[in-house]
Design a protein around this ligand. Structure first.
Ligand SMILES: [Zn+2]
Length: 133
């Protein structure tokens, strides 16, 4: 069984721990797998339900944004995954970007510091560190 360490420095730059061989990269959980699992093969309803919602979840929103260092693929921590990954429609995923204030008020966008307070066990080194799925 292969395991993988993911590490992010909280500013969007993968740390040196994230460097991996091509072989390891191929065995890593993919974004496609993440979307399949979170949206249950695109069969669930959009959880964001924003003003332009089309209803069906076809993509995945990350509450802790990738641009802020958040992971975009599933980790081994199911509780963290349930927090981080939100099944949603493309229109709501776009709305979160276009209406950041409303999205934050509704709890769809969290900062690195907020996530670190919520999941301190993954930040013991000062960086997000959790094994990949
Ligand atoms: Zn939606």
């Amino acid at each position: 069984m292969k395991t993988r360490i993911q590490s992010y420095d909280g500013e969007g730059r993968p740390s040196s721990l994230r460097r991996q061989s091509a072989k390891r990269r191929r065995s890593a959980p993919s974004r496609a797998k993440t979307v399949r699992q979170v949206t249950k093969n695109k069969t669930v309803r959009c959880r964001i339900d924003g003003p332009y919602c089309s209803g069906r979840a076809e993509t995945v929103h990350e509450k802790w944004k990738r641009s802020a260092g958040g992971p975009h693929i599933l980790t081994r921590d199911a509780q963290f995954n349930a927090f981080q990954f939100v099944a949603c429609c493309r229109l709501c995923n776009g709305w979160v970007e276009d209406a950041p204030t409303s999205a934050r008020e509704l709890g769809w966008v969290w900062t690195y510091e907020e996530v670190a307070r919520l999941f301190p066990q993954h930040f013991l080194t000062g960086r997000f560190l959790v094994r990949g799925d």
